[in-house]
Ligand binder design. Structure first.
Ligand code: SAM
Ligand code: SF4
Length: 375
């Protein structure tokens, strides 16, 4: 019996090695990689680390994350700050506070900030962001890159914000399976799968470095769905990716399916596998090691770096707002990622074989190549 087990394991290992040696993967290959057992997963992580080192080098970039506001017009079934959650104390960070956090990132040579918020499309919001971007540009003399994660907007708005200084934009597709998309979102004009996909195309056309991502371990989600998500990212030829485990929040409609979820440590492992397989599939994109990984395991984001990610987004939102940007249970509320915390993070990044890319924008190499090919 034992020998038989060893033979099966060796066969599986050979199969994973065979797939990893291919120059491209089809859906069956991706499913096999995502289903790999723990020892085969180490082979996948090793390959992802090699690819990362060869194609983008061993720099990890810090992006200071500013959670600008939890005011949201949408009602995604999974999100703790959805419009209908009356248990949330709504807030908006002031311009002065944002500029202080940008200065914090500038003083530490981080090279980049991410502004994230609940979704609003009204003109007061659009104009405020435009003004804020102009102020950031003059404060930083363009030494700091600005990524936006402000949801779906019109092409005019994307253009306005690009002209005011933003260069990167993240819109997670959440899942590339339309049926699953409507299980985790209301089916109405505000939550529309086609429009979510169109946002990615509009952003690319407008000239942004464009990022997307998915949640991993959603109720009803299969390994085949996740393989399709990876193929979706390849097909949309994205420049950046931020994906993380789905973590349930008791004040949301999706919470009723909590008993269908795989254990959190399985979601954690699957997220690391998704990061590693994406790195092998799309060699020169930027991949963020999501905050939600850290919610499950204190060293989660560093693990992500070991498996192929090259971006970490320390939260620099003023501390008084942290508990109100409660997307999911157990979201880490670490004190503005203090200098001591950053030193620890640097050490862990060094243990993962990387150094911090201080003073560099860290734009995705994929975008630079994509632009050259477009010319
Ligand atoms: N409102 C913008 C949007 O939805 O694109 C940006 C902010 S939204 C809070 C950023 C991301 O948080 C979403 O794309 C979603 O993937 C993630 N998120 C929300 N609720 C989550 C949960 N319960 N577990 C894990 N990630 C979650
Ligand atoms: Fe709003 Fe984004 Fe949360 Fe959806 S995921 S409810 S759009 S903040």
């Amino acid at each position: 019996m034992f020998k038989f087990g060893v033979v099966i394991n060796l066969d599986m290992q050979n199969k994973i090695e065979e797939i990893l040696n291919k120059s491209n993967f089809d859906k069956t290959d991706l499913v096999s990689l995502l289903n790999a057992n723990d020892s085969d997963t180490e082979l996948i992580f090793k390959k992802a680390a090699q690819v990362k080192s060869e194609f983008i080098g061993n720099s990890t970039y810090f992006r200071g994350l500013i959670e600008l506001s939890n005011v949201c017009t949408k009602n995604c079934f999974y999100c703790g700050i959805r419009k209908s959650n009356t248990n949330v104390k709504r807030y908006t960070v002031t311009d002065d506070e944002v500029l202080q956090t940008v200065k914090y990132a500038l003083d530490r040579d981080w090279g980049s900030v991410v502004i994230q918020s609940g979704e609003r499309q009204d003109s007061a919001f659009v104009n405020r962001i435009e003004n804020l971007l102009t102020k950031i540009r003059s404060l930083s003399s363009q030494k700091i890159g600005v990524t936006l994660s402000l949801g779906e907007q019109s092409v005019e708005t994307y253009e306005k914000w690009l002209n005011a200084g933003a260069t990167r934009y993240l819109v997670r597709i959440e899942t590339s399976n339309e049926e699953l998309f409507y299980k985790i979102h209301p089916k109405d004009n505000l939550h529309n799968f086609e429009l979510r996909k169109k946002a990615l195309l509009d952003l690319k056309k407008t000239g942004y470095m464009t990022g997307t991502g998915v949640m991993i371990g959603l109720p009803f989600q299969t390994i085949e769905d996740l393989a399709d998500d990876l193929l979706f990212m390849k097909e949309y030829d994205i420049d950046m990716c931020g994906m993380g485990p789905y973590i349930e929040h008791e004040d949301t409609p999706l919470f009723e399916y909590k008993d269908l979820l795989m254990p959190v440590d399985e979601r954690f492992k699957l997220t690391l596998k998704m990061i590693a397989v994406l790195r092998i599939l799309m060699k020169d994109v930027n991949i963020a090691s999501a905050t939600a990984l850290q919610a499950i395991n204190p060293d989660g984001r560093e693990e992500g770096i070991r498996c192929g990610a090259n971006v970490i987004m320390p939260n620099i939102t003023p501390v008084k707002y942290h508990e109100s940007y409660n997307l999911y249970k157990g979201k880490p509320q670490i004190v503005a990622e203090t200098d001591e915390y950053i030193r620890q993070l640097e050490l862990q990044i060094a243990e993962a074989g990387d150094t911090v890319g201080y003073g560099k924008l860290g734009d995705p190499i994929h975008f630079e190549k994509r632009k050259k090919e477009d010319r």
